[in-house]
Ligand binder design. Sequence first.
Ligand code: PA5
Length: 443
Amino acid sequence: MLDVKVFQMEKFLKPYEEELAPGLKDAQEKLQNASGLGSDFTGWVHLPRDYDKDEFARIKAAAKKIQGNSQALVVIGIGGSYLGARGVVDCLCSPNYNLKKKDTPNVYFMGNGLSADAMKEVLDLLEGVDFSVNVISKSGTTTEPAVAFRFFRAELEKRYGKEGAKERIFATTDKARGALKSLATAEGWETFVVPDNVGGRYSVLTAVGLLPIAVAGIDIDALMGGAAKMMEVCEKGTYDCPSWKYAAARFALYKAGYPIEVLACYDPAFRFMLEWWKQLFGESEGKDKKGLFPASVEFTADLHSMGQYMQDGTRNIFETVVRLGASDNQLYVPKDEDDGDGLNFLAGESMDYIREKAMEGTLLAHIEGGVPNLIVEAGGKNAEALGELIYFFEYSCGLSGYLLEVNPFDQPGVEAYKKNMFALLGKPGYEDRKAELEAKLGK
Ligand code: PA5
């Protein structure tokens, strides 16, 4: 079971526990009873128990169908409509998943940017490859995925005809509103629902994440089961709950002059889980001129770059390390008779052992250098443990947002760039703003 350790707890958490308890109790109540700011978007809190079982069965059936008729699935979505699925697939199937020999389709994540090169590359890779598309957008109007979908839908219809393409397009969107929903209804594509009361960055355990994850062959029952276990722990609301401990520690550190949290992991497969975490916390907390800044590092690679700053730079950072436990593969350092590289002192030792010592050495060095450290000990690197971890971070984020007295479920700041982009692109309705912005750009 997942656990959180706070190093130098006596210094960084204990003195604040009593002071923070009322705030945590209040946040707990707001999450459990949907009574706080943004309460319309707390559907994820009980989702691991209350999820739509019929839709869950349809997700599994759709995944099977895609596995049966496609060698590739193109997942089109951005932000909360993509990062969770990518994080889980990379973590459990490897960042090299698409290069591996396997029975399940490749999964390409598109529509998360505006690069013509990235799009053309995947269109080229799909030549001669049977594929399906899962287009995901809660609003149904986000520009990046909408543009990408035009290209991949056109390719599907060119290859399989409109009727054939219909069998290969799966739309995950609002149950009633938005351009994507209207299009899906008109064209007869199979649709999955992003529940009204679940926002994008809290949606990985809905069809948004579950369909791509299931297509990659991951056990989504185990994923939901892990989340449900953590939900039960979080429901109790005491300092025994790892989310309470984590939310309290990071809030205390924020108040003590550490506004930057760096999330670290010693497994490169965790990279997109780090990206998911950054979105979750950054978009939930960074508002009203408040919030911790979430950054991430991949160790040990980044110990040779960002490690310098962390050890010696401005002292406003604390570090949270996610430990996933033992590797699936045990590899031992070979012995070399000549010992030309002087490495025989490690001969016979496992890679896991060497990594463990690197973790311990780094922990002590960073603490010595003035970087408070938290450790999130995950239950392993499997679907159940990842479900636990996802729910743990989501719940911690909700608590943390309420401790900061912000609405953890809106994202007003994201609209600013969209309005400017629409105006500059000449979207109808934005004409006045276009002239004003072009004048600012000196055009
Ligand atoms: O967390 C969020 O709400 C955002 O990151 C959205 O997921 C992102 O902007 C994509 O929105 P949509 O699913 O409406 O296309």
